[in-house]
Design a protein around this ligand. Structure first.
Ligand code: FAD
Length: 460
């Protein structure tokens, strides 16, 4: 399997597929990538889905692996914390960490994808084919059937290995599922909420109309609005709302008047800077949010699922893309072991990786409730203040769950989940029982005692 002359076929030139192509190209494999959409560097693909994304340390580790850290940094806008907006338009910022160097970044999906495509294409052993939609995969024979949108003709491609990075609606995953002889487990859980993208435009000078270096949240318990900055001075705004439950939902917001009235009541400060709200609301799609888990990810040494195709998650931890990038780092480390054949490689990959992608899927659901609801609860705010103080005072000793997931790129997601949840439970218990409390009189000595208590209760 070390034979670098092998032909690897990747389905999907999205974030995962193009990074994978780049890395396998750097390793010397012959890589062909088939993408159903036109080349995003040449066409204006009006997104409709997550125009920008939160990029953090796990994703950055992958960029370091392929030598792109600095180029990606140039595309990033640091976001140091959550800027929380209440119904009166008052705001407060809750930072992501007490350590200054720990923050997340807003990055354009298109710009990042284009960079990865350009870098991968620089390798003569990597080739991209756009407008080629995969229709099915014969995973026993390692062939894939494509429809060429340019010629309207179907064609079959043969490869030594096929890796599907074709996102949440993966065709390879469907082919596994439809094969009655293959024991394939699959679950898909939708939230009752969907999402819609809107925008805040810059002012006439191109300046930001809200604080640039923050992830803005308007938490309203049963729904929320968020906004991430773009390099051109605009913000991409996303409304997360139930399809049909509650006073306000996507099914009942049928007229421009209703939409504006909803924003006036719930997000008045946002409404003031969203002149295109009414038209965008009806122009842009409402899309579902779901979690996909499945197993196995591979068929022998023939085919493998990666990225969202293997483990689509809801977006509330800002980790779907970061996890898809981390997939490439994990696979790369296994390739370094020079295992006998692809089957052993894929088996080891899934054994190492699935426990972590299952964990981030569950954490992302937890964060849905945290962002729309808990962030406004006084006990939650007290906990975040305490965590901020502990991280400042004991930067090497204390890491919140958020920091473990987002900034500790060498800590497996499942370890971050187990430790983080136990720590959260301990802190909530200590705060609600009054055993620890913070106020303007809290001293460094108090903080030391609190840290010991939290450590003690976490490990019980
Ligand atoms: P995709 O990005 O879906 O790429 C799949 C590619 O395959 C696409 O180019 C597609 O056109 C192509 N394709 C699909 N079917 C076929 C076919 N049949 N034949 C050929 N090609 C095909 N993640 C974060 O880390 N941070 C965030 O802040 C964040 N925010 C998000 C917000 C929203 C609203 C959503 C929906 C997701 C968010 N994510 C975020 C998750 C992130 O978008 C995904 O995890 C990431 O895009 C996964 O990359 P991927 O390459 O596996 O799949």
């Amino acid at each position: 399997m070390n034979n670098k002359q092998q032909n690897i076929l990747i389905i999907g030139a999205g974030l995962c597929g193009s990074l994978l192509a780049l890395r396998l190209g750097q390793r010397g494999f012959n890589v062909s990538v088939y993408e159903k959409r036109p080349d995003l560097r040449k066409t204006n693909l009006s997104a409709g889905r997550s125009i920008n994304l939160a990029f953090s340390d796990r994703g950055n580790k992958a960029m370091k692996l392929v030598g792109l850290e600095e180029k990606v940094k140039a595309l990033c806008i640091p976001m140091h914390g959550r800027m929380i907006h209440d119904k009166n338009g008052d705001t407060f910022q809750s930072n992501y960490s007490g350590r200054k160097h720990e923050y997340i970044n807003s990055v354009s999906r298109n710009d990042l994808n284009a960079l990865l495509l350009n870098e991968a294409e620089n390798h003569e052993n990597v080739n991209f084919y756009f407008n080629k939609k995969c229709k099915s995969v014969d995973f026993q024979n390692t062939t894939a059937l494509f429809q060429d949108y340019d010629t309207e003709k179907d064609f079959v491609e043969d490869a030594d290995v096929i890796i599907a990075a074709d996102g949440a609606g993966s065709v390879l995953r469907k082919s596994y599922y439809l094969d009655k002889g293959f024991l394939f487990s699959f679950s898909q859980d939708y939230l009752t909420h969907g999402y819609k993208e809107l925008s805040i435009l810059p002012n006439e000078n191109g300046d930001y109309l809200a604080q640039k270096n923050a992830l803005h949240i308007w938490p309203r318990k049963n729904f929320m609005l968020i906004a991430l900055p773009n390099l051109d001075g605009s913000f991409t705004v996303t409304l997360f709302l139930s399809y049909d439950e509650g006073n306000y939902n996507f099914s009942s917001l049928k007229t421009e008047e209703k939409v504006v009235a909803f924003f006036k009541e719930e997000f008045p400060d946002a409404l003031l800077i969203m002149p295109n709200l009414a038209s965008e609301f009806f122009k842009n799609p409402t899309s579902p949010l779901g979690t996909i888990k499945c197993s196995p990810w591979h068929y022998k040494g023939n085919t493998l699922l990666m990225g969202d195709a293997a483990h689509a998650i809801v977006p509330f931890y800002g980790q779907g893309m970061n996890a898809a990038f981390e997939d490439v780092v994990v696979l790369d480390a296994i390739l370094n072991k020079n295992l006998e054949h692809w089957e052993a490689t894929f088996k080891t990959y899934q054994k190492n990786r699935k426990i972590d992608t299952d964990a981030i899927a569950d954490l992302a659901i937890d964060n849905f409730h945290e962002m729309k609801e808990h962030v406004i609860a006084p006990i939650f705010q007290e906990k975040r203040k305490l965590e901020m103080l502990l991280e400042k005072k004991f930067p090497t000793q204390y890491h919140s769950k958020y920091a473990m997931v987002t900034f500790n790129e060498n800590l497996d997601y499942h370890v971050a989940m187990i430790r983080g949840r136990a720590q959260d439970r301990a802190i909530f218990n200590l705060l609600s029982s009054g055993e620890i409390a913070i106020n303007h009189k809290t001293t460094n000595e108090d903080l030391e005692k609190f840290l010991e208590k939290i450590k003690h209760d976490t490990n019980q």
